[in-house]
Design a protein around this ligand. Sequence first.
Ligand SMILES: N[C@@H](CCC(=O)N[C@@H](CSC=O)C(=O)NCC(=O)O)C(=O)O
Length: 275
Amino acid sequence: MQLLSNTHCFSGEQRFYQHDSKVIGLPMKFGIYLPPKALAGERCLVLIYLAGLTCNEETFPIKAHAQQIASDLGVILISPDTSPRGESVAVGDYWDIGQGAGFYLDATEQPWAPHYRMESYITSELYSLIQNSFAVQRIGLMGHSMGGHGALTLALRHPDLFRSVSAIAPIAAPIDCPWGIKAFSTYLGADQSTWIEHDATRLVQAKGKLFNNILIDQGLEDKFLNQLNPDLFEAACTHVGQPLQLRRHAHYDHGYYFIQSVMTDHVIFHVEAFV
Ligand SMILES: N[C@@H](CCC(=O)N[C@@H](CSC=O)C(=O)NCC(=O)O)C(=O)O
C-alpha cells in the first residue's frame, strides 16, 4: 500500500492510499478516515461507504461530512473508488456506464470482464487488506445511489462479512429501472436469470430476514426517484419479515447536502446495531 496523502481532521487522520489490486488487475485508490481511537491502537467499527455514479474515492471524504461523528464515536470510514480506471480500461458511452460506474458486480461480458470486478474487489481484496492493516472490530456497509445498490446487494449476498447495512437513495430494484437494465445487460449480458442475483429487491425476497434492521433514507425531491424504487424494496422486506426503516424526507434531493443531513444517523445506526 502506498500512502498518497495524510491530513489531520477532527483529531484523527484522513488518508488516501493506492495499492496494486490483483482482482482488478490495476492500481486502485481508497480513502480511509482513522479516528483518534484507531490511532491509539484500539479496535474500531469499520464502515465502508460505496459511492454513486461519477464518484471516486474522494467524493465521500470531501462531501459527506462524516468525519466528525466518526471521530466522536471511534469509527473508521473507508471510501473505495467506484470502478477500475485507466487508459487500458473500457469506457462507456455515457456517465452511467464504464469508468465511475462499476455497479459493484463482477462483469462477465467483454470488454468489461477483465477489470470490472468490483464485487470481488470490495468483498475479498479490499476487505482483507483492511482487516490485515487496521485494528478492525467488525465491518458494516453503507452507500448512496449506485453505491446504495452496492451496499444492499453486497450485504445481502455476503451477510457473513457485513454485520450491518444502510443506504441513502439506493437503486433498490435495478431490474426495474433504466440505469439497472443498462448496467446489467452491459456487464452481465442478456440472460436475465443472472440479474436477479444483483437486485436488492429480488435478493431480499429470496433470502428473507438476514439483518436485525436496515436503514434507508430517501429524499422526495430526488430527480432520480424513478431510478430508485424504494417502495418495491420496502414491499419485499415487508413480505419476508426483514425489518426496514425507510425514511422519506420532504424537500431533499439526490445530492450530498441530503447525504450530509442524514450521515450522523447512519453512523449511529451502525454503531448501535450491536450494542
Ligand atoms: N453527472 C451527472 C450527475 C451524476 C450524479 O448525480 N451522480 C450522483 C450519484 S447518481 C447514482 O449513482 C453523485 O453522487 N454525484 C456526486 C456529487 O457530488 O453529487 C449529471 O450530469 O446529471
